[in-house]
Write a protein that binds this ligand. Sequence first.
Ligand SMILES: [Zn+2]
Length: 307
Amino acid sequence: MTSIISSNREILLLREADFALDGGAMFGIIPRPLWQRTNPPDENNRIDMSARCVLIRDPDRTILIDVGMGTRWSERERGIYRIDSQDPGLQQALARHNLGPEDIDHVILTHLHFDHVGGLTTADESGALRPTFPNARHWVQRRNWGWAHQPSARDGGSYRSEDFSFLEDADAPPLELVDGIDEILPGIEVIPCHGHTFGMQIVKITCVDATYVFLADLVPTTSHLRGPYVMGYDLQPLATVEEKQEILYHAVRNDWLLLFQHDPTTAIARVEMNEKDQPSLVPTGALPDSLLLKANGPGTATSDTVE
Ligand SMILES: [Zn+2]
């Protein structure tokens, strides 16, 4: 595909919800005395997490990457995951930008874990679930689509089929199953990674003056930049280590801006290799959590607070 990327492309990070997960599970083999320095746990050993989505606005299309936790949670589950979402969080965030769910043309799903796709359906007054984004083409890797329908006993709790199985219905919004690396829309490239779960895809967004990479669960927080900091949830931790190493190598070399989906405080950062050859954050100063990143033309990357 020859990409013609609009110079008016806008990227917004939307914070859909805050929640919490077990710190031990989030850091795998790393001992608590090390991870608690950067991610202090609460009384139940849970660390703070955010669920961020990316909104991309081109003059001729509006794209959403992941849709967050959604609102279909029982009080018990809200307690377990300490879910703190406005109700409905993502739709309110879109409304602040004068958008409704029906305005979304494409929904790119990094993978089908509940904290990424919980918002795909919304319950109507009768309690029946309906697609939240009726006019959107929904994109997911074919491999993850297959795995999500028959996960293992180890990761079955991360997939709720009611979040995504409606996409098979005849009257559902269109589903696009992607095979491998693909530029699915101009300047929007998906790159599969298989360490976290089979067929996850991270998303590279090319603007006129900068390239952004939404890392999803390859590097969920800035604390996971270092090699062995891999989630206990990951199905293939060694694959995660290698995939992370490769992506971060290209990020440093090409000056990519990294977007962190789950970090409680840092939404965007550059990385560099330090004297020990470990990836470390380039200080960017305090950045607001909700950003409007504009591609205004060559050499003029800007970031503005929008709320
Ligand atoms: Zn995940």
